[in-house]
Structures are given as structure tokens and as C-alpha cells.
Design a protein around this ligand. Structure first.
Ligand code: USQ
Length: 382
């Protein structure tokens, strides 16, 4: 297949390119270096030095003999995106090119506006480019479990059948997010759903929970191929943050009561899910939705797991409950369904002590680069 990966410089983008390339597919990665630049501006750079994309593509070629094409540009500029679609002629596009951070989206009006316009216009441009160049091209869009919020009913995979006044119909499962970032993801789902109904596009929406981990078969080939790993309050996800905090001797930052429960998955499983979706595409005129998680934990459970794993490795890990800077339920019902990807063939990697040890040992190698100031600044939702 010919695959375009949008947002190739991110935590998920670069490993995804290598994953497809290693399996014999032709890959074009596109990025505008938003995350790299924002992290520099906000003094919260990734833990592991990441060579630029041209350099990483050269390392990949040296090691595997395979080529990953790279193009630097902004998908908000429609002509740029259109020309990439015209010249590369993709069979599928993996869309990660969004502002991905909830705290970033809550920092100011300008950052909220950037998040909404970047995420919506990017998605709108992709739908239009596909409609114009090749309506058969499959869009695999990274959605988020946060779109559903934490309702007091079971969370279905994307859709809900409703019976009202004796009549039945199927609708998108109700969505109610708790940040502007997550809200922008609801809005772009809606955009894609409109284009699926109107132009018969093929779309898979992967409702992903917070991802953890560093290692995939491909990243392990050379230190220069490791992903962009963030542990800061803005771009880091909670488990990666807790492990870095444990290594840095920084008490784990549990927000509020710590009963916030989410569905989590290993970076390796993100690769599998995206790949399985690409090789078994959605039908024309189908918006196919999967909940992309492999197990659920509360923040307290994660903190305890990190504490136990850290203690076993000789770290003295403390847990600190701090005032929650976010506005979210701290105790709630949470029961998402997630069988669709298992049916496609996903073989989950669960969060074992061994997996945590692997992350600890990589973080230890780069502990000299941990910036304690970036760990917690208290970006408030108020
Ligand atoms: N949390 C803490 N302490 C911390 C950091 C987070 O208690 O130091 C809590 C948060 O309050 C939240 C939970 O842990 O209740 C998860 O937070 P997170 O920062 O790992 O995840 P989130 O902000 O929701 O965003 C991340 C990714 C985003 C993705 C989302 C999936 O940054 O791109 O869409 O996970 S989900 O959470 O399912 O919406």
C-alpha cells in the first residue's frame, strides 16, 4: 500500500511510519514541526533527543535499506496537501496532524483558537483532498476516548441505538468532552461523518486512550529512531509522566482524588491497531469507529503500580495528591466496550511489571535531561 502519515514528527507518527515501512509499504511522512517548536517555546522538550525527520529517515535507510519519504509543510495550506496527494497517490492516510494536548488547549484564548482551527481545518482539508484526488483513499483518523467523557452509562464503540417514542435509529454515541482539545476532536468526527454521508468517503475513527511506552520493534533498532517522548505537563501522558517522576525523585502528581479512570494502551498496540485498520479498510460510505484501548485504570492504580515497580528497582517513590488543575470527574462510572480491534486481530501488550521496567530503564539512560520545572506548572481549566 501507499500510505501518508500526517503528523510524522509526533510520539505516534514516526513509529507508525517505520511500522508500515518495515512491512513493505511505501510511506510518505508529513509534518510542520508544530510540536517540536511549541515544546521549545514552552521549555518542555522531549526527554530523548530526536534528530529531525530527514536525519531519522536517513538512519532508517542505513539500517533497513528502506525509504521513508519526508515532506515538511502545513496541511492547513490546502495547495500543499493537495499536491502531496496528487504526487504520492496514497491508498490510505493516517491522520495524527492535530494539536494533541488538552492542557495546551486550555492555556489561553489564542491556544484554544489555534487548536480548534488547526484541528478542524486540517481534517476538512484531508476530506477535500481525498474527494478531489481519489475518493477511494481510506482515512484513518486518530480520535480520542476523551470525546465520550465519563458518562454514567456503558460506552459503546462509537454508535448507540436509540428508541424514542416507539421508533429506533442509530446515532453517534453522545459526546461531552472536558477540554477544548477533546472538544475539537468531537467536532472533527462530526466533519468526517458529514463527508462520509455526503461524499461516501471511507473513514476509520480510532478512539484512543492515553498511550504509554517508548519501544516498538522498529524504535529498538537504533537510539536515533526512538519516538518523541514527553513527560511534561503539557505534552506528556500520565503513565509516562509518572515513570519519569519516579526516576527524578519527584512525588507522583496525582490530580485530585485520583479516581479518574481511562482506557490505556501500549505504544506497540497503537501500531497494531492502525496497521490492522489499514489492511482491512472501512467500506465506501462507512464511518467505522473502534475504541482503541486494552485495559482501564484509575490514576491512583497507575500511581501505585509505578510506586511498586520503582521501589522494586531501588527508587524511593512517593505519591502526592495535589489540587486538580483540570475540571473533570474524580470519581465516576467507566465501562467502555473495546472488542472491535480484537476482532480485527489485535494482540494486546498489557501493562506488566516487565513493561514498566523497560520504560524505567530507557528513562534512566536519559535522566540527566529531565527538566524538573517542566513536570508541573499547574495549567488551570478555570
Ligand atoms: N493526570 C494526573 N496527573 C498527571 C497527569 C494527568 O492525575 O500528572 C490525570 C488527568 O487529570 C486525567 C488522566 O490522568 O484524568 C489522563 O491524563 P493524560 O494527561 O494522560 O491524558 P489526556 O489529557 O486526556 O490526553 C492524552 C493525550 C491525548 C489523547 C488522550 C486520550 O495527550 O492526545 O487524546 O490522552 S483520552 O484521555 O482517552 O482522551
Amino acid at each position: 500500500m501507499r500510505i501518508i502519515v500526517l503528523g510524522v514528527d509526533g510520539y505516534l507518527g514516526w513509529p507508525t511510519c517505520m511500522y508500515f515501512s518495515q512491512r513493505g509499504h511505501e510511506v510518505l511522512g508529513i509534518d510542520n514541526y508544530f510540536r517540536r517548536n511549541a515544546a521549545q517555546e514552552l521549555d518542555c522538550e522531549a526527554l530523548i533527543p530526536t534528530p529531525n525527520l530527514a536525519q531519522r529517515a536517513r538512519v532508517w535507510k542505513e539500517i533497513t535499506g528502506r525509504e521513508i519519504k519526508i515532506s515538511i509543510g502545513d496541511i492547513i495550506k490546502y495547495e500543499f496537501l493537495l499536491s502531496a496527494f496528487r504526487t504520492f497517490e496514497p491508498d490510505a492516510v493516517v491522520h495524527y496532524a492535530e494539536q494533541p494536548s488538552a492542557p495546551y488547549s486550555m492555556m489561553s484564548r489564542d491556544k484554544a483558537a489555534f487548536t480548534v482551527s488547526n484541528n478542524l481545518i486540517g481534517t476538512l482539508n484531508i476530506a477535500n483532498a481525498i474527494h478531489e484526488v481519489n475518493p477511494e483513499c481510506h482515512i484513518i483518523k486518530l480520535g480520542t476516548m476523551g470525546e465520550y467523557g465519563t458518562p454514567n452509562i456503558d460506552i459503546e464503540e462509537g454508535w448507540l441505538e436509540i428508541e424514542h417514542n416507539g421508533r429506533k435509529d442509530k446515532f453517534l454515541f453522545p459526546r461531552q468532552a472536558s477540554s477544548i482539545y477533546h472538544t475539537s476532536k468531537i467536532q472533527d468526527t462530526d466533519l468526517l461523518w458529514f463527508y462520509v454521508r455526503t461524499w461516501d468517503l471511507r473513514v476509520t475513527d480510532l478512539m484512543q486512550g492515553p498511550v504509554y511506552g517508548i519501544s516498538t520493534g522498529e524504535t529498538d533498532l537504533d537510539g536515533r529512531l526512538l519516538p518523541n517522548f514527553h513527560y511534561d505537563e503539557i505534552f506528556g501522558t500520565v503513565l509516562n509522566r509518572f515513570i519519569v517522576q519516579a526516576v527524578a525523585g519527584y512525588p507522583l502528581t496525582v490530580y485530585g482524588k485520583g479516581g479518574q479512570t481511562r482506557g490505556y494502551l501500549n505504544l506497540k498496540d497503537t501500531m497494531q491497531c492502525v496497521y490492522l485498520s489499514a489492511i482491512q479498510p472501512a467500506r465506501a460510505g462507512e464511518l467505522r469507529i473502534f475504541n482503541q484501548v486494552t485495559e482501564t485504570f484509575s490514576v491512583n492504580e497507575l500511581a501505585e503500580k509505578v510506586k511498586d515497580a520503582g521501589n522494586a528497582l531501588g527508587y524511593e517513590v512517593k505519591i502526592n495528591s495535589i489540587e486538580n488543575p483540570r475540571k473533570e470527574k474524580e470519581e465516576h462510572y467507566y465501562n467502555p466496550k473495546y472488542t472491535g480491534l480484537l476482532e480485527l486481530g489485535l494482540k494486546p501488550h498489557y501493562l506488566t511489571d516487565e513493561v514498566m521496567k523497560g520504560i524505567f530503564s530507557l528513562v534512566e539512560r536519559y535522566r540527566g535531561r529531565i527538566n524538573r520545572e517542566a513536570i508541573f506548572r499547574g495549567i488551570k481549566w478555570k
